[in-house]
Ligand binder design. Sequence first.
Ligand code: SF4
Length: 290
Amino acid sequence: MKRQWYYRGSLKSCNYSCSYCPFSKKKGSLREEQNDKAAFFRFVENACDGEMVQGAVQIVPYGEALIHSYYWEGLARLSCNAHLDAVGAQSNFSFPVKQMLSCFKGQGGDIDKLRLWGTFHPEMTSLEAFVEQCRQLTKQKISYCVGVVGVPEYISIIRKLRHALFDSVYLWVNKMDGLGRAYTMSEKKVFLEIDPYFEMELSHHKSDETLCMDHRFVEADGTMRHCNLTRQTIGNFYYNNAPDKTMVCGRKECSCYLSYCNRKEVVPGSFLPYPAFRIPAGFDWHSRYY
Ligand code: SF4
């Protein structure tokens, strides 16, 4: 069965130091990196063995994974799996594009299947540097989306980012947790001009386990859940990989994009068949909105 798979390894380190993030500038030890690499390769090997894993795999790391070449090697191997239509990862887009793509291609990776998700952190990198990374990816014909947290103080730079990107690149805006107030009408208007789908972020999506039953979120030790938010486990990827029990997830809301993106009444059809990558087909920001 084709479905959306997610993988999160044991990596908990990052080259950025965002003030709100627990993995901020945390340097991983060599041992931690080796463990993470071994766990990821184990996942890749099992995912490419047999027909259990079909559809799409997205890496959703804590910290930054794509600065490590082993993630590109693993993604390349996954992309060679005929049962997988798409493979990708979330990133801060700080990786050396040429070097990592050559690693991906060197391992036989299929560029057509690659889907990247890049978050812009205005306090960590310049607009110019981030846009240059995006340009290089476009030049290499990589499918990707970029996004930002909707911090009102950053409106000016987010606007500039929108105008600097190619119109075909979707720039999403996540609602800011911890803002402590609702967005003003004018802030909302600006974010809606930048991200035509921003309303999805502002809505409340009541949790509904029947809508995420097909999804598999796999952790480094094989623990499986239906999404990144719930603590409820449904089995283990390596020992009990065909869970069919219903479960109560314990969450009131599917409160982040990865948890609500499978809702057809919320997320437009252009995001299908794998909305988790957040890349709407045929997107053209300029012609539709300006
Ligand atoms: S929070 Fe996660 S497990 Fe719970 S219903 Fe939403 S997607 Fe499913």
